[in-house]
Write a protein that binds this ligand. Structure first.
Ligand code: PLP
Length: 427
């Protein structure tokens, strides 16, 4: 397996930052800023890494990657991943529609998660013939049964169980404790499956679990899956034929400058899950989001102004929290690199956007080479939960997005116009 020297496709070529041979300064000049840039090669490489890691750890285990659409829901990226055999993990009727438009042939590889599915969303997913509904409550079970009967369809279901496993991550993206809103308590699951099996229009075929996001250790995944496995064995003894085990997503990356070998870390993840799955005759579904796309993307932004307020130095960029909210929402760290390296002195600054909120920052007390008005900087590892969480706050249009593939760049979403932004409004 290849161990690349850097887990990121963004590299300096003669002091200028480039991605897969394409110069970011040139992209910014052509498409403007703020601009999301993604490497198709890097996304493919990650998907292959995961597929190969499981093929190596458990050759007999059939594994399907169901990419978590919410991480980056760009149609072009969905199409790319579908082309690699991926299915999708969706959480809304909107995301289902994205899969339909980008990769209609992959609809049979869709799993539908989420605590608040509505009747119209169930109907659309039933009509589309998705693989599995990950049902998160008993009330949802009743509605899904009714919708399936009304449409004369059968809904293949898994219950999303809450395994009560703690995983170290930011509290907003931890989901596997009973204190969280997600899933059905694993202790009650057997009873709920019995009920599900008695309802018309439902076919219980899977068990699913998802313990959170940006989890770096592999042990919590193993613990959660161990509990799922025990449940699968009980369910089978109850006569419920479980064929799919959905282990969720959540495998993390390194956002800082620490050593990170994605191939090696994913190999230990695959080894852990495979060990737990051994001998359990079931297909394994995985729902990776961040691991596939985060490091493939960067947000390129232009420095508008710099200023000194007392002893604080500020760098004000044309990107803001509405374009990339992770620092404001999760106190997340993103590396910030100058697009053109310089010999200037180091300087400590707060790097902030123009939005009228003190939470609108990308970094606080960050040391970089001195940045000046007109410089471009790259916010790295912005390919996941970047554009998909973008808002129109402060009536700012969404950034444009570019996908770099085979050393050439193509626009996959043009910059929005103010007319489009206000199109649905009625004066
Ligand atoms: C968000 C989410 C994922 C993806 O999480 P990542 O950390 O991006 O891998 C997978 N499954 C479910 C149910 C989710 O809510």
């Amino acid at each position: 397996m290849s161990t690349t020297s850097s887990p990121r496709p963004f590299v300096y070529v003669q002091d200028r930052l480039a991605v897969s041979g394409v110069d970011l300064t040139a992209l910014a000049a052509e498409y403007g800023t703020p601009l999301y840039v993604y490497s198709a090669d890097a996304i493919r490489e990650r998907a292959q890494m995961l597929q190969q890691a499981f093929a190596a750890a458990a050759p007999a285990l059939s594994t399907t990657l169901c990419y978590a659409v919410k991480a980056n829901s760009s149609l072009a990226i969905l199409k790319l991943l579908a082309g690699m055999g991926c299915g999708f993990d969706i959480v809304s009727g909107g995301e289902l529609e994205r899969v339909r438009r980008a990769a209609p042939k992959a609809l049979g590889r869709v799993v539908f998660s989420g605590v608040g599915k509505q009747a119209w969303e169930m109907d659309a997913a039933l009509e589309a013939g998705i693989l599995l509904f990950n049902v998160e409550s008993e009330a949802e079970l009743e509605l899904l049964s009714a919708r399936a009967v009304a449409l004369q369809k059968t809904a293949r279901i898994a219950l999303r169980v809450n395994p009560d496993v703690f995983a170290e991550t930011h509290p907003y993206i931890s989901t596997g404790l009973s204190a969280h809103k997600f899933g059905i308590a694993i202790a009650r699951a057997r009873e709920v499956y019995k009920h599900a099996a008695s309802l018309p229009g439902l076919s219980p075929e899977g068990v699913s679990v998802h313990i959170g996001s940006q989890i770096r250790a592999v042990e919590p995944f193993g613990q959660a899956l161990q509990r799922v496995r025990a449940l699968v064995e009980e369910l089978r003894s109850d006569g419920i034929d479980i064929q799919h085990v959905d282990a969720g997503g959540g495998f993390g990356i390194e956002y800082g400058n620490g050593d990170f070998d994605p191939a090696a870390s994913v190999a230990s993840y695959a080894a852990e899950l495979s060990r737990v799955m051994q001998g359990l005759d079931a297909t394994l579904l995985l729902e990776p989001g961040r691991f596939l796309v985060a490091q493939a993307g960067a947000l390129i932004t232009n420095v508008l102004y710099t200023k000194q307020n007392g002893d604080k130095h500020f760098v004000i960029t044309d990107a803001a929290m509405n374009d990339l909210i992770r620092p404001a929402l999760y106190q997340a760290h993103h590396e910030i690199w100058p697009v053109q390296k310089s010999e200037r002195a180091q300087q400590t600054s707060d790097i902030v956007g123009p939005v009228c909120e003190s939470g609108d920052f990308f970094a606080r007390d960050r040391e970089t080479t001195e940045l000046r008005s007109g410089d471009l900087v790259a916010l790295l590892d912005a390919g996941a939960y970047g554009m998909s969480l973008a808002s129109h706050y402060n009536t700012r249009v969404h950034p444009a997005e570019v996908l770099v593939e085979n050393s050439s760049a193509r626009l996959i979403r043009r910059r929005e116009t103010l007319d489009e932004l206000m199109a649905a409004e009625i004066v």
